[in-house]
Design a protein around this ligand. Structure first.
Ligand code: GDP
Ligand code: MN
Length: 383
């Protein structure tokens, strides 16, 4: 689960990390009122869970009411990298001299969490990692002991942080590690951690991703789940309501399958045959007719989709149930929005094949044929 910036900032602030004064607003008047209360200048920041909001026009610094109104009006409702902006965080602007990066993540290669510090904050850290990896100091932590203070100091020193703020930055890093550990974090990040002219440090941005499966023992985070899940992406929202594992991708071949491995295989095959997957959609085991109809509804709602391939391997899921679902879903249309190709295997696949209405779908016997057919359909439309 990814927290919104305002949620992550709340968690960080509660743990004692300095953050700017801020308020969440979901309309222009609310944003202006917040700005007045906080005092100009303020930053108005789109609350969507993508990086690089600054560059994409989702963050504006404003000096007075007119500017605040204009900025809030422009940002609220905007489409930021595919996400609809429903709320903004209004926060006191920071007069900074330096921008640092501090973060904790799991280093899977080492099997240990790693703390990272860089004086090249404020830009995409992946870029820094690629272009100038030495600019990121790293310190692995033994999770059974936690982060020792000397380790935090070492990372801060290795990164070349100004000694005047080294102690404060070390403290922030220690706190961030403790949060990451105690809250079942997967990533915790502050970019930028701003340094002011009078040598104070303040978290101007906040990222916190946590292990969803640990929410049962994190009641405070569990309460944030609904808000965190409202990402501004209508399809992700829908997937959440339907209870599907869904990831939106860039291509035009829609994919529906049961079981994560099977769906991944289908994605790979679409790619192998020269197509581009539009999504990952796992309807799960035991998928009944209505779930299949919901899955089709999801994929048809994606404007990029030009064809759909069903890859169902019956185990608990029964081929005849799936076939019924596909028929029912497609019978509702006067005209099928996009061609649908179906491959059924496993439990009751033969019954399923008999049930499928071939006026509505193309049936293929093998996965290879089904994927190739769907890719062809998608290509025909794009030509
Ligand atoms: P991101 O682009 O989504 O990572 O959002 P950030 O909150 O990190 O903001 C992007 C950039 O805006 C920062 O790195 C700063 O360079 C710039 N910025 C300038 N002044 C301010 C300020 O007062 N507050 C914040 N948050 N950002 C500022
Ligand atoms: Mn940032």
């Amino acid at each position: 689960m990814k927290l919104h910036e305002y949620q992550a900032k709340g968690v960080f602030a509660d743990a004692g990390i300095p953050t700017p004064d801020s308020q969440l607003a979901s309309d222009v008047d609310g944003a202006v009122a917040a700005a007045e209360e906080i005092g100009y200048p303020v930053a108005i920041k789109a609350q969507v869970q993508v990086g690089g909001r600054g560059k994409a026009g989702g963050i504006k610094l404003v000096d007075d009411e007119d500017e605040a109104r204009e900025a809030a009006d422009a940002i609220l409702g905007m489409d930021l990298k595919g996400y609809h902006v429903d709320s903004v965080l209004v926060e006191g602007a920071v007069d900074f001299t330096d921008e640092l990066y501090v973060g904790i993540t799991m280093d899977r290669g080492e099997g240990k969490p790693v703390a990272m510090v860089s004086t090249k904050g404020g830009v995409d850290i992946e870029e820094v990692a690629e272009e100038d990896p030495d600019a990121i100091a790293q310190e692995h932590v033994d999770p059974s002991f936690g982060m020792h203070p000397y380790q935090a100091r070492k990372a801060v020193y290795d990164a070349g942080v100004d000694p005047a703020v080294a102690r404060d930055v070390s403290n922030v890093l220690m706190t961030l590690y403790d949060l990451w550990e105690q809250k079942d974090g997967s990533d915790a990040e502050i970019n930028p951690l701003m340094v002011t002219a009078d040598d104070e440090v303040i978290a101007a941005d906040a990222v916190m991703n946590v292990d969803e499966d640990a929410l049962f023992r994190q009641p405070e985070l569990a309460e944030m789940e609904a808000e965190a899940a409202s990402t501004g992406d209508d399809l992700e929202q829908k997937a959440d309501e339907y209870g599907f594992d869904y990831v939106r991708l860039e291509g035009n071949t829609g994919i529906i399958g049961n079981g994560a491995g099977l769906v991944m295989t289908t994605l790979d095959l679409v790619d192998y045959y020269g197509g581009e997957p539009a999504n990952f959609l796992d309807v799960g085991g035991g998928a009944k007719a209505d779930r299949i109809a919901n899955a089709l509804d999801m994929v048809f709602s994606d404007d990029n989709v030009e064809s759909v391939v069903f890859n169902i391997f019956g185990g608990i899921t029964r081929g005849d149930e799936v076939a019924k679902g596909i028929n029912e879903a497609l019978e509702q249309f006067d005209e099928i929005p996009k061609p649908v190709v179906v491959r059924l295997a496993g439990t009751n696949w033969e019954e399923g094949m008999e049930i499928l209405n071939e006026d509505l779908v193309t049936v293929e016997q093998t996965l290879e044929d089904a994927v190739q057919r769907a890719v062809e359909y998608a290509e025909e439309v794009s030509e």
